[in-house]
Design a protein around this ligand. Sequence first.
Ligand code: FEO
Length: 401
Amino acid sequence: MPIVTLAPDVYCVGVKDPGLAIFDIVIPTEHGTTYNSYLVKGTEKTALIDCVKRPFAAELLRNIEEILPVSKLDYVIVNHSEPDHAGALIELLERNPTVTVLLSRSAKTFVDNLVNAGFPFRIVGDDDELQLGGKTLRFINAPFLHWPDTILTYLEEEKILFPCDFLGAHYSSPHTFNDELHEPAKARKAFEFYYATIMRPYKEHILKACERLKDVPFRMIAPSHGPVLRKDPRDYLAYYEERASGVEAGHREKGGDRVRFRLREHGGDGGEGGGRGGCGGAHAGAVERRGGPDGTDHRSDRRVRWIADRTPTLNSNVPHPILNMIANLVTLNIRGKAASVFGSYGWSGEAIKTVQDILTSMRIKVAPEPMKVRMAPSAQDLEACVDFGRKFAGIAGGGAP
Ligand code: FEO
């Protein structure tokens, strides 16, 4: 990736990864991604803001060398210590063992475990500044955007905000700035998808950061993934604030806390006889809710109030679609929500307990106790289903578990 100048003596020296199809093994990246890294050169000192993913370390070092020898670099700022940004720090420290790493206290532990060796460092706190000579970097604490270690870096003289993942997008293109893109709608979609898949669970922290940034007169946002936001940077922050505050039109919860239950009996759905491995197909009860959680709809920002997971058992385990749905719940803020599990089975029904354990490990109290029915529900089972549904409705509506 060629060096791009953002402002006098401020360069993007990062790398592009246009072929990346899946990020962190779970997030589809239709347009690849970029690992942006920025060099800020003062009259006295030079600082690098974030590194890149480790396999791209050589390219990063080559890019830096176009501006100055890596051995002359004075500081590296770790806004966030995930390996897609801090990974190349290992190679950088090998080339320049005297460079001082600036990072939050929380990041220090992560970077210690990443580098597995000592290195010169300085812990920075909120509003601390670093003078480079004619260039002033100010640090803004922004924990949980999206790791506890996160800081944002602000270059005062050029009014550029470097927020790492915050306000980023998995979007690679031949261009650097958002006002140069040939397909801006696709980039915008990637920006919104990034919010939904990575930032959405941290709404209260997003709102704190939005409040804090109201008084920061930035004119450009240079995140560590995706385009540099030179055109209308405030609009991107406004999008985060709007989504996090939940006031956007068309996404309000309708119908208050009303919970609609539907109990139905199926016979033979998915292999009534249990068969090999015992996949019971008779659903003991189905709990549905208009506007309920949809773990696969990343664009939805509906507020999750409760989770009722229905699962059969397949070969003594949880079928893949159910596991997939649970995996997608991590992109939502579900801690403390009402949840329970129910289903039917043929042989032994282990999936119910497995799902209960997974939800419990996600700090969700499962109540009422999950219920399972062997094969097709009897009249007595159906009564128990109704009782289960009523109890669950009471809890989801605010009653005690
Ligand atoms: Fe782009 Fe949280 O790493």
